[in-house]
Design a protein around this ligand. Structure first.
Ligand code: FES
Ligand code: FES
Length: 157
């Protein structure tokens, strides 16, 4: 067993994990951050996407011990108390989800992408989310939501 420290959504946690424990498992089962979903555990679906030290990563593709000392942001940290983040508002407005299974990962990928993307094209948005699979929506509304968020953020700058 190994002792590690993770700072998740601003809160520092010390936990003891097996060396083989995946980061997503540590987040969900040890720390009860259940926003990141497990779809494939092979790095393909993106349902488990969180931010580690500012980068969107698939948390099933690394062990928790590899994230020792890291700052992690999960979908639970996007909203500011009851106030949804712009990306969440726009997913709601644009019906960017159906079953919602892909949504936490999609939100984290999109939110991270929009930190650096200024007025992205629809093609750039599609490229940005290519590692996040959605079985329900056909992606059109998700792209609409991300585009609307970019517009909203552009207007408030
Ligand atoms: S569960 Fe991690 S990429 Fe699918
Ligand atoms: S909304 Fe169901 S998988 Fe995307």
């Amino acid at each position: 067993m190994r002792e590690i420290t993770l700072t998740v959504n601003g809160q520092r946690h010390e936990l003891t994990v097996e060396p083989r424990t995946l980061l997503v498992t540590a987040l969900r089962e040890e720390l009860d951050y259940r926003g990141a979903n497990v779809g494939c555990e092979t790095g393909r679906c993106g349902a488990c996407t969180v931010r580690q030290d500012g980068d969107a990563i698939k948390s099933c593709t690394r062990f928790a011990v590899q994230a020792d000392g890291a700052t992690i942001e999960t979908v639970e940290g996007l909203a500011d108390d009851d106030e949804l983040a712009p990306i969440q508002e726009q997913f709601q407005e644009n019906h960017g989800l159906q079953c919602g299974y892909c949504t936490p990962g999609m939100l984290m990928t999109a939110d991270t992408f929009l930190r650096d993307a200024d007025d992205p094209s629809r093609e750039e948005i599609r490229d940005a989310i290519e590692g996040n699979l959605c079985r329900c929506t056909g992606y059109h509304n998700i792209v609409d939501a991300i585009e609307a968020t970019a517009d909203q953020l552009g207007e408030t700058e």
